[in-house]
Design a protein around this ligand. Sequence first.
Ligand code: ATP
Length: 309
Amino acid sequence: MGLSTLLTATSLNKSFGDLKAVRDLSLSVKSGEIVALLGPNGAGKTTTLRMLIGLAARDSGTIEYVDRTGKSHDSLPPAEIGYLPEERGLYIDRRVIDGLVYFARLRGRSKSEALESAQHWLERFDLWDRRADEVKTLSKGNQQKVQFISAVIHRPQLAIIDEPFSGFDPINQERMLGFLEELRKAGTSILFSAHQMDLVQRLADRILLMSRGELVAEGTLSEIRRRAGSGNAQTVEVEYQLPPDAQQLEQAPSNCRLEGNTVEMTVAGDQTINDAVHWLSSLGTITTMTTREPSLHDIYLDQLKESTT
Ligand code: ATP
């Protein structure tokens, strides 16, 4: 059985004066999915998320949300939704635990549910010992963790998270990735925006790529790869026993890069991996060989080049 659809947005449009920030954008999130919204600065990601939440009025378009009981809504019900805005802001004079419990209570959870959830997430983020401290005494990264917790403390059905990784060091980005996976396991579907391609590639079930307010690619990573076609060629990397002759490499049938004993060759046009390997093996004794699919980063750059030229 397919997953049920939680959120469907159809033909959203939003202008600021003459600027069309979002054009005819449709998207959906299914129950249990993690969906990533990608795109360069100014593509319209935050505006889209804000329209979904109801913080920005849309010029046109519809939103349909189906809650846990199967009831349909034309906007997102706050008790079912967690939202982490791009611009962070907490009540900094409040004690960490009080702020979190306040948010959960605001969204209809009982005091004991709120406390239990606050303890769970504070422990997961190693912040339980700081629960009685005022938010302003925490480091920026720790404040950001508390804000993330405040967005999901009420165990929402859908979390909309604008740039979960920004402002974190690589170790905390890695941990955040784990927390988002954990959140999904606990029953929360996720729609998030991000710029960190390597993390998105690992986390997202489906990717929506925006450019200049429009959706330019959509699907799983492999679907996007397939549709991106020959512009996103595979790469073969071989290591030789001895460095190959650079002059011979100039005769290569496609792009090659030599570094020490290693040659990286792009499999382009009608060429197959077999053709590439056959040609490369004529240059000397190969000791190791790997092939690499185009990464999300490669595809992203390629798609955006197409959509902006
Ligand atoms: P980033 O990755 O930099 O956060 P984004 O994809 O989230 O970018 P948005 O913040 O949605 O992009 O902005 C889309 C466009 O709309 C930009 O050109 C931005 O300048 C413009 N814009 C956003 N909010 C407003 C506003 N309140 N008034 C006027 N223009 C706005």
